[in-house]
Structure formats: structure tokens, C-alpha cells
Design a protein around this ligand. Sequence first.
Ligand code: CA
Length: 698
Amino acid sequence: MKRYLAILLLLAACAKPAQEHLSDYVSTLVGTQSDWSFSTGNTYPAIAVPWGMNFWTPVTAEREEDGWAYQYDKHRITGFKQTHQPSPWINDYGAFSIMPFTGDEDSGSFFSHKSEEARPYYYKVYLADYDITVEITPTERAAVMRVTFPENENARIKINPFNGGEVRTDGEWTRGYSVQNHGGVQEGFRNYFVIKADVPLQERFATTRGQVATLYIASSFISDEQALRNLAEVLDRPFDDVRDAAQVSWDEVLGRVRVSGGTLEQIRTFYSCLYRSTLFPRKFYEIGADGQPVHYSPYSGKVEPGYLYTDTGFWDTFRALFPLLNLIYPDINAEIQSGLANVARENAFLPEWASPGHRDCMIGNNSASVVADAAVQGITSHEDLEVLYKALVHGTENVHPDVSSSGRKGYEYYNSLGYIPYDVDVKENVARTLEYAYDDWCIAQIARILKRPQDEIDLYLSRSGNWRNVFDPAVRLMRGRNADGGFQEPFSSYKWGDAFTEGNAWHYTWSVFHDVPGLIREMGGEEMFTQMLDSVFKVPPIYDDSAYGYRIHEISEMQTANMGNYAHGNQPSQHMLYLYGWTSEAWKGQMHIRETMDRLYSADPDGYCGDEDNGQTSAWYIFSALGFYPVCPASGKYIIGTPLFPKAEITLPGGKTLVIKASCPGPVFKTVTLNGKSLRNNSVEISHLKEGGTLRFR
Ligand code: CA
């Protein structure tokens, strides 16, 4: 009997996971088993609080400038870095690192994942070669490091301010700064750091076995004085208290969505994805002496009032990450939008890839989508929206003089011809045309909200139809178009890059987020549209990489997924499966969506199928697991998919609750009701969902 009771208790424990610490379902190592040639996420184990200004990461790289700071397959830890890196392709800025060691020289130490604990709020690792244990726990702008030593005559904690930086020690206080940057800041940029430690940093000292050193670390992009102010977040607090508070902040953020009934693996994957969705864009503002937000502006080079968030590429994150913030964390997006309005006050352009200021990376003018989606959801103040609208309009007629990703490269062609020709000196011309057309639709939505003159609204609405100019009805695909109106010759639908961006015609043809019915018509009707969608999976994963001259990693990730030419590992494909929702064969989309969730995501170190990209690829999973997806941000609608869990509960702003229930495992669901009412057209109004109640899948 006793044995049965024990088994029953065990079963009860399995069925009902300890809900109070959702953060303990998260693995921060997901996506770290990557390199430049093949990405399973290209992430690093960010030790941080949600949206924190500074993250920390263990470093396995041998060079301080290596964008792949931490790789799961490496065997040596070479340091612990305060990082602001959004992506290895963008690299870091303002970083500095700390490394404790024993003996004459620090050449890094062997470590094992078996002696590593990687949580969002806490990291611990055993440095075998030095017999040292390092623990780190974060706050928004500070951190505490605890180092446990062996008995040794010759211990040291080395601070590396990176190339061009400085460090000076005075008793228990160490101050310094890092000037590391890869563009994106003005002259004079510094990340000032301050460390208070109970051992002499930089110098040799003797330790007894089990001796613990505690380092209180903070930094500021504003000043030395502000760094000291930021240090108050941790100074002289017990390590465990800081760790517990960091865990509470994660439990609160993750706890806005509670899923149940899935497997442990699914729950771990879900919360690991939600963790990745709530890191970027990160806070770049600080709290000044008067208690008000203040920031160093990478746009003006000055210290400016108010909020600022950074480290995100809108080309990636406009799709699902920002819509997720709007649904679950609108208070954070309100600060982000206020920060974007500050950017518009500090310089003429909104960023497209910010890290921390304008960076030359990717294409499009998708800041329009990020601003419009928040505006449609009523998140942005009227005053800020006026400023943002002006900057967006400016961006439609200009390109940043130094950073061609900001504004619109090729706008002269686009505004006069209605597309960017294939045979002019602007590359990725079809991709740009498609994204500008969608962005114009977004600008029209803002113009409506601001009650701009009708001819102004009409101008952007009419430009939003420009996607038609690069659609070739003969092949039913998007295709480069010359200035004389003829289509590109020769044409291969498998050719990556060239007229497109990190994709081919099979991927980009679906980038008409705002007018799917129009795309269906141009393709020749629903039957042909469905056939073309099916074809993406039926064509083999062949490719033409001649535009790059080598096989870019996104191509390898498409090939290895074994889903034909469907490339979930990169952003242009990520809304595509939901387009089946406009046809009478939505079940096909549900099958593919479920397969993508089941097979291409996990909570393992290779748990993504391409670059994670600052929350975007994770936010796809979060929405998909909940059963809907924002195909067209700023439309006020989600498209229905296939929920993964029997039950999910979202705590909405204002204390309302949305319960999502699936009465069978799926993946195919035939009937979806919201509060008893059947949904039409496989879509649901976000405003209705936000009222709370029950979304039921049968
Ligand atoms: Ca990508």
C-alpha cells in the first residue's frame, strides 16, 4: 500500500509541475550549439532579467571580438562577459569581461555542461583547471558575481575592459570603461563600469579552501557617476536575495501565460521560447538622480531625457515579436514606442536595425509596422504618434546618408515607378518593393488614426498595392522586373539573394501580409493559390547560391529541415503556413504548423532551426502553441492555427483572462469558438480576444 501511495504521489508530482517557478523550465542553452555555417539559434545563455540593460554570458571564445561568444560544443571557458550583443552577425558593444583563475597564467579552463547550471536568473559553472566555482546573478543594470576559491597562494581576478578600454583599481573599488563598438554609436561612446569587491582585483592574493569573493558590478552608458547610482540595485545585498528577486521577475513575466497538459518537453520548449521573447529589445535607459528615465543617445551622441530600448532588427521582429509584446506586455511596448519617438526627436530617421544606434543590416522600412501595430492597439500616446508619423513619412522619401538600412534605399525608383527595378544599382529590389508596399499600408493605418487628409491616406494606400508590380502572372511568383517593364531574364525560382533577401521567389511571394485576398486573385484564384502553397513543400530543397558565391547558413537550414523549399529557419517564410487560413484547406496549414512546432523546436542546445533573431523565431512558437498568429501586424486580427496544449491561460492587461482550450490533441481542428460564438474566416479580432473569456478549439 505504501508503495502504491508513493507511486500515486509521484504521478501527482509529474502531472502537476511546480507552477510557482516557471523560470526553472527555461534552458538558456537552447540555440547555443551553433556556428557561422549552421545555426540552431545562434544564441548565447543570457543571464539577465527581462529586457535588462545588461546581460551576462559565459565566454568560450578565444578572441574578445568573436561574435560567437559561447558555443555549446567548446570545452573551455575563457571569461564572463557583460554583453549587449543582439546577434553574432551584429556583434557586441560596450562589453568587458571578468575571469578568476589560479596559477601564473589564465588560458581558460576546461568545463563540463554537467557542472554548469544555466538559468535566466542564475548561472553557475565549475572551472576545473582552477578548482574555482563562479556564480552570477543579474539585475537590470547591475549584477553580483560570487567566486569560490581553492586553497592557493596565487589567485587572481582579472578585468578585461576590451581593446581601447581602461581599468583602474583603488582598494575595494574598481572603475573603468569599455569603448568597444562595431558602429551604431557616436564619437566619445563609453560603457562606464564600477565594481566593488572584497578581494583586490587585478592583483595576486592568497586564498583558503572555500573562500568566497563577492563582486558587485554595475555600469552606465551615461557616466561614471551614473554607474555608481546603478550599483545601488545590488550593493551589499546578499547574493541569494538578488538571485531570488531575479527569479521572481522571470516568474512574473513568464507567468502571464500558463500552459498545462502538454509533455514536460513541450512545456520546457514553450518557456524557453518565452524567455527568448522577453529579452530584446533591451532597456537602454537609466534612472537619473531625479528618479526620471534618461539615456545616452547613440543617435545624437548626447544624454537625452526619457526612455530608449535597443538591440533588435525590425526586419525580423515586426512579424511576431512586437505583436506578442502588444498582446501580453503592452506596458513594455509603451516604453519602447516612447523611446522610438525619442529617436525621432534625436535624429531624422527611425532605426531599422538598432544596436545601439543605426546599423547597416537587412532591408525594408518595417519600423512602420512596429509603430502601426502599437498605434492600432492604442498603446502609443497621440503626441508621440505625431512625431513617429513624421519620421516615417520622412523615411519614405529619404535614405540615411551613412547607414543605408535606415529610411528607404531605392525610394526614388519606388515612388516614381512603383517598384525598384531589377536592372538598377539597388540590390534585393523585389524584397524591398514588397516590404515597402506593406510598410506603406502600415503608414496609411497611422494616417487614419491621426485623421490626416484623405489624399495623404490614399497615397499610401495606393502605394501599398505596389507588390503587384513585381508579381509575374506567367510563373505566379514574385520576380525581378526591369526598368522598361519586362521581367528579369533568366529567372530561377530557386535563386537566393539577388532580387530577394536571404531567400528566393518561393519564400518571398507570400510577403503580401496586408492583402492576401489580392494575392489569391492575382494567382488565379483559391485553387491555384493552394497549389502554389503546396508546391513550396513539394519542390525539392534545391537552391542556387550564385548571388552569394557560397551556401549561406539559411540555405543549409532549409535543406536539412526536410520540408522541401519551406525555410522556417528564416523570417520571410514564417507567416506562410497561416496563409492556408484564407483557403478552404486550413487543415493543411495546421498539419505543417504542428510539424514545425514538434520537429523544428526543442529545449535542447540545438533547439531552433536557424537564427533565433531576438525573439522573432521564439515568438512564432509562442503564438503557434497558443493557436493563432499575427500574419498582418496592424490589421487587428490573428489567423487561427492549431494550439499545442490542452489548456493555456493568458493574463491580459487589466486583469482579464483568456483561456484557450483544445478538446482534442489536433493538429486538425474544425470548429473554433470565442465565448461560444463561432469564428469566421479562420481569424479572430484581437480586440475581442482582449476582452477575455474562452477560445475553444474542437
Ligand atoms: Ca534570420
